[in-house]
Design a protein around this ligand. Structure first.
Ligand SMILES: [Zn+2]
Ligand SMILES: [Zn+2]
Length: 399
């Protein structure tokens, strides 16, 4: 019997009830970047109860890796879920709402953790596969790069993982459908801060100063020409100014103004181009106004680029679970970012979206009214099990 065929509708129904319980517990107790102490302990407790072979804690601070060996030897396969919540006040009033004011699972990582636990529970009991599964429970996906922390902490040196797979629920994509494409799936995430330093003056005598606010206004508009006039129309880039800080009162021209924002691209060459152009424009505007510009540009997350072979395998597994008509093989990439990109830089991998439907009251990710759609827990767990079947089949069962 192949491992995926053992996951019968009855077994799946029982598992789904368990996953829902775990998911609601995690939702009620959200923890944010690198503070996922209770969440990690919850994961460890479950993995111990399932009887996985090894549990490694503290990888990338609060990350956890569980190991399940199949009946026969074979390659190592990495399955990754993120565990962290967001700094956001939850608007919902259902029983499992956040019990920690100002923190909320608004990206569905509670569901991701529950689905990987569900698959772990099943795989620990049914080891009809040839190889080793590494269950990667990752901290700090939001903003802080927990994926990078795990990679830098030796994730791929400590465990000889040959390929790695990630999954994210996707409101707006039909419930229980999948979407994946080779190449760019999600964008890079860069931040910038430009400090303009001029000469403060009486607002009634601007000729005696060097006005940073007029320069800031020009700069914000000029930055918009990067995507419009510098990057090829056939490539993609977003340059968004999100903060302007300068001045305190009515009649003073401030000395300093600070402009901050974010840049998104899919391609390293475009990323290089945007950064260079942003620096040039800041210096050019500064020269024009006789002031100085200091630019801090920080590359946070690289783009999420699916490897061709792993993307094909992920699509094959998704198709086996829900049928070809429910797998979109050419979705438009998202300008959002995802730190699974760090795992993909270290190891061939593929990242798939699992449709969450319209979502709780039509809410998108990061909305205070969002809740993970429990209807897709079963599909997600089946996908993980099918991926193990597809990549690590027992020789006797065929591929
Ligand atoms: Zn998020
Ligand atoms: Zn997320």
């Amino acid at each position: 019997m192949s491992v995926s065929s053992l996951l019968t509708p009855d077994a799946l129904a029982a598992l789904t009830r368990e996953m829902q319980g775990w998911r609601h517990h995690l939702h009620a107790h959200p923890e944010t970047a690198f503070e996922e102490v209770k969440t990690a302990a919850f994961v460890v407790e479950r993995l111990q109860a399932f009887g996985v072979d090894e549990i490694h804690q503290g990888i990338g601070k609060t990350g956890v890796v569980g190991i399940i060996r199949g009946q026969q030897d074979g390659p190592w396969l990495g399955l990754r879920a993120d565990m962290d919540a967001l700094d956001l006040h939850e608007d919902n009033d259902f029983a499992h709402r956040s019990q920690t004011p100002g923190k909320m699972h608004a990206c569905g990582h509670d569901g991701h953790t529950a689905m990987l636990l569900g698959a772990a529970s099943f795989l620990a009991r049914h080891r009809t596969f040839a190889g080793t599964v590494a269950l990667i429970f990752q901290p700090a996906e939001e903003n802080e790069g927990g994926g990078r922390a795990m990679v830098e902490d030796g994730l791929f040196e400590r465990f000889p993982i040959a390929s790695v797979y990630g999954l994210h629920n996707w409101p707006g994509l039909d419930s229980g459908h999948f979407a994946i494409r080779p190449g760019p799936m999600m964008a890079s995430y860069d931040i910038f801060e430009i400090t303009l330093n001029g000469k403060g003056a009486h607002a009634a005598m601007p000729h005696l100063g060097r006005d940073v606010l007029v320069a800031s206004s020009e700069l914000v508009l000029a930055l918009q020409t990067i995507a419009a006039r510098t990057v090829s129309p056939l490539d993609s880039a977003v340059v968004s100014v999100t903060q302007i800080h300068g001045g305190d009162t009515w009649n003073v021209l401030p000395q300093i103004s600070v402009i901050r924002g974010t840049v998104r691209t899919f391609d390293l060459a475009v990323q290089d181009l945007v950064e260079q152009r942003l620096r040039d424009i800041a210096q050019g505007i500064a020269v024009l106004h006789g002031i100085t510009a200091t630019v801090r540009y920080e590359r946070r997350y690289p783009p999420t680029i699916n490897a061709a072979e792993q993307s094909r395998i992920a699509a094959q597994a998704a198709t086996a679970v829900v049928g070809a008509e429910r797998v979109d093989l050419d979705p438009r990439p998202s300008m959002g970012a995802e730190d699974f990109a760090f795992l993909q830089q270290a190891c061939p991998g593929a990242y798939i979206w699992l449709g969450a439907g319209p979502g709780q009251s039509g809410c998108m990710l990061h909305n205070p009214g969002y809740d993970f759609n429990d209807d897709i827990l079963g599909v997600g767990a089946r996908y993980w099990v099918q991926l193990v079947q597809t990549i690590l089949p027992l020789p006797s069962t065929g591929a």
